[in-house]
Design a protein around this ligand. Structure first.
Ligand SMILES: [Zn+2]
Length: 290
């Protein structure tokens, strides 16, 4: 039996189809996928890609997020050239990777990592992009995130990760699942040594990413309305044979049930992270009693 025979007959559950894959079409105007309001793209950009009518947070690319979060949008990027190969020789994977790179010329993989500052505080950041292969975590995503954690550990800097992901990258099979353990182990060492990790869930964060590093923050934040969970709603409903509440797996639902610390509007995100960094900064001289 070949690997492709294992995968040919079943349809695997993914993010529910009513959630648009790309909710920002190119052009002058945008129609909100949630309330249908039509807005000028420029206005929407000014509003940090949040619908002025209903507050729907549009998905952002990694670079848009970096531009909004880091001081002057400046990032000293790590591992920019690291690219996925096809370790399992999974049928069609190489071609799909190439398509993803062509579709996203500014990305080589589904995560961008590096160093920057927020309100003057140096931080190590990792920002995922749902545009690239549905933000799925393969060996390269796991490796870049692990290296970012290790860099934060070595340099004694806080770590900030914005997650968005459909889950593990099935084309890399067990090697992608292994990234869950690898990132979590690196975080455990970092946090054990006193490192600060702020994790931000953005829409959507599912599967192996929510079940590993994304949920291990000292602070777990999320954007309003973000879908945060492990298995999808349809899979769970079919398994437990019960209807789930309408707001199931939203950031707000997760917060009500103790899975998140705070739901933060995009316009307040940088300020909130800045305050957390302030709070954890040891000021020279304070401990010496003046
Ligand atoms: Zn709207």
């Amino acid at each position: 039996m070949q690997i492709k025979d294992l995968f040919s007959k079943k349809k695997y559950a993914t993010i529910p189809s009513e959630r648009p894959k790309r909710d920002i079409p190119e052009g002058l105007m945008n129609k909100c996928s949630k309330c249908g309001t039509i807005q000028y793209s420029k206005e929407l950009d000014k509003n940090l890609k949040v619908c002025s009518s209903c507050g729907h947070h549009y998905r952002l690319s990694a670079w848009e997020r970096i531009g909004m979060t880091l001081d002057d949008g400046r990032l000293f990027e790590y591992d920019a050239e690291m690219e996925s190969v096809d370790p399992m020789e999974f049928p069609g994977y190489k071609g799909k990777l190439e398509q993803q790179r062509q579709k996203n010329p500014s990305l080589r993989e589904a995560v961008v990592t590096g160093e920057g500052t927020i309100n003057g505080h140096p931080v190590v950041v990792a920002v995922m992009s749902f545009d690239f292969f549905s933000g799925s975590m393969g060996s390269v995503v796991g490796e870049k995130i692990t290296r970012a954690i290790e860099a934060a550990h070595e340099k004694k800097l806080p770590l900030l990760i914005f997650s968005t992901s459909g889950g593990a990258r099935m084309q890399e099979s067990i090697l992608s699942l292994m990234q869950m353990a690898k990132t979590s182990a690196a975080l455990s060492m970092f946090q054990g040594a006193g490192g600060l990790f702020i994790s931000v869930f953005t829409d959507p964060t599912m599967g192996g990413v929510s079940a590993s590093f994304a949920s291990l923050g000292d602070y777990n934040l999320a954007e309003p309305g973000a879908l945060v969970g492990f298995a999808g709603r349809i899979v769970i409903e079919q398994t437990i044979r019960q209807k789930l509440p309408d707001n199931f797996q939203t950031a707000e639902f997760n917060m009500q049930h103790g899975q998140l610390d705070l739901v933060v509007h995009r316009k307040d995100m940088k300020v909130t992270i800045g305050k957390l960094l302030d709070m954890h900064t040891v000021r020279e001289g304070l401990s010496h009693g003046g």
